[in-house]
Design a protein around this ligand. Structure first.
Ligand SMILES: Nc1ncnc2c1ncn2[C@@H]1O[C@H](COP(=O)(O)OP(=O)(O)OP(=O)(O)O)[C@@H](O)[C@H]1O
Ligand SMILES: [Mg+2]
Length: 112
């Protein structure tokens, strides 16, 4: 199993969601976040504490899939999230060692 975590533009959420749903993805966690990348990484200090400026609203998607689905899911996200301009976002991929469906006790791939 793999977890695909993607930070995308809010304006791209609907397109990405629709394409993932058409692909057959059912489980997804979506969070409204703020963040910065290369362009907005300045940090200022206020009374010794770092204050991050220019944080931009983004959407974070978390999707856990069977390992063999990961490449397709990544491709779908890129196709639907890309504008070609700075700030398009980023995708992080992690190995997932376990999953459990609480209702049934099903484990791992059967729990997705
Ligand atoms: N290394 C990182 N770790 C965690 N989150 C990140 C990282 N880089 C980017 N992000 C998240 O992704 C969002 C979008 O990043 P962004 O697309 O601006 O990346 P970038 O590296 O600046 O690339 P670009 O030059 O294309 O803008 C950020 O607001 C932040 O939430
Ligand atoms: Mg950037």
């Amino acid at each position: 199993m793999k977890k695909i975590e993607a930070v995308i533009r809010p304006s791209r959420l609907e397109g990405v969601k629709t394409a993932l749903s058409d692909f057959g993805i059912s489980g997804i966690t979506i969070t409204q976040v703020v963040g910065c990348g290369l362009q907005k990484g300045q940090t200022e200090f206020y009374r010794g504490n770092p204050i991050h400026i220019n944080l931009l609203p983004k959407i974070k998607l978390e999707i856990v899939v069977k390992a063999e689905q990961a490449e397709d899911v990544i491709k779908i996200i890129i196709e639907n999230a890309k504008t070609g301009k700075v700030g398009d976002g980023k995708i992080f991929i992690q190995d997932i060692s376990g999953a459990i469906r609480i209702r049934t006790g099903e484990k791992d791939r059967d729990a997705l």
